[in-house]
Structures are given as C-alpha cells and as structure tokens.
Design a protein around this ligand. Structure first.
Ligand code: IMP
Ligand code: MG
Length: 184
C-alpha cells in the first residue's frame, strides 16, 4: 500500500478521490437547495477558513448554482496533532462583509467542534443574518459538542489524525489528493 511520510509519522490512504468528489457534490446539493432563491443583492457569502479549507472550498464552489460571494479568513488555534480549541483571532473579515447577510462557514475538519463554535459566535456578533456551517470531514468526536453542522460532507467514525485534501501535519500534506490516516 502506498504510504506517505510527514515528518516523523507515516500515513496510509483512507478516503479516495472518487469518494471525495462524490461527497462534495452531495454536500453542494444540500447547500444549493437551502439558498435556492438567492439573488445578486442577497447573495450568501462563503467564509472559508485558511489554510485547511482551500481545496474543499475550491471543489465545493464549482458545484454551487446560486449567486454567492466568497471570502477567506485565517484563525490560529492549533499546533501539531492536538486541537486546543482555543481561538486567538479571526483575520480577514469585518461587519461590512457579513452584516445582514447569510453566511456559510467552510472548514476542512470538525474535530472537537470548539474552533467552529467560537468562529460562529464571532461572525454572529458581526451582525450576520444567519450563520451555517459546512465542513469536509466531521469526526464523530464532535457529536459531543453543541455545534450543529448544517451541511455535512464526509462523516467519519475514525477519530485518528488525517492529512491530505488541505489538511496538514505541521504544515505538511495539504497538497495530497486523497485523505491519508495515521498508520496504526
Ligand atoms: P476542533 O476545534 O477540535 O474542531 O479543531 C479543528 C481544527 O483542528 C481543524 O480546523 C484543523 O485545523 C485541526 N485538526 C483537527 N483534527 C485534525 C486532523 O485529523 N488532521 C489535521 N488537522 C486537524
Ligand atoms: Mg483548520
């Protein structure tokens, strides 16, 4: 089996590009049906979280059929294999972007859900009309949190660390086409 090395760890293929492609299309369908009546004036804004969500955002937006806006934000919350759930700051958004507008936050992965709860809270505070959440991967860990994932893409019962399709291990692995999981 083809395995890849990132720093001191080995990772093995876990989710294929075919599955990814199919799941992203299904996820876009859910979003399309929810914002069906949007116009140029009322265009919902996708707020994508860098760096991890870049690949998912790119594939997802190609499947969106209603008028929409796009913005990228950056947050710092996490280092290495551990998600601390502590959000320092959101960079790249202000109330002009979201006030009175439907917002769809796009992230790579929801693990504990703590990061997303905090981002959601901050975007609501900027005066968004509504805030929905989509994430490429949803670890079942997150089921314990109060976060509602409005538009799931792939839900995994494996809570191990993964890389690829935007996700990294200390910044390595984002370029991989498929999802790789930490070798047992
Ligand atoms: P949460 O607050 O626990 O939901 O953490 C979410 C953030 O932690 C994600 O946006 C990722 O940046 C990072 N993260 C969590 N699990 C993984 C993983 O398995 N691989 C890579 N990054 C992860
Ligand atoms: Mg991330």
């Amino acid at each position: 089996m083809e395995r890849v090395k990132a720093w001191d760890k080995f990772f093995v293929p876990n989710i294929s590009s075919e599955t990814i492609e199919k799941s992203v299309k299904e996820c876009a369908k859910l979003i399309n049906s929810r914002y069906d009546g949007a116009t140029n004036e009322s265009a919902p804004i996708f707020v994508s979280i860098l760096n991890g969500a870049f690949m998912f955002t790119s594939d997802l937006l190609k499947e969106i059929t209603f008028p929409c806006k796009l913005s990228f934000i950056k947050v710092s919350s996490y280092d290495g294999l551990q998600s601390e759930g502590k959000l320092k700051e959101i960079i790249g958004i202000n109330s002009d972007d979201v006030e009175g507008r439907d917002v769809i936050i796009v992230d790579d992965i929801i693990d504990t859900g703590l990061t997303m709860l905090e981002i959601k809270r901050q975007i609501m505070a900027l005066g968004a009309k509504s805030v929905a959440v989509t994430a490429f991967l949803y670890k079942s860990n997150a089921a314990a949190s109060e976060l509602v994932l409005d538009f799931p893409c792939i839900i995994t019962d494996k809570n191990e660390f993964v890389i690829g399709y935007g996700l990294d291990y200390n910044e390595i692995g984002r370029n991989l086409k498929e999802i790789y999981i930490l070798e047992e």
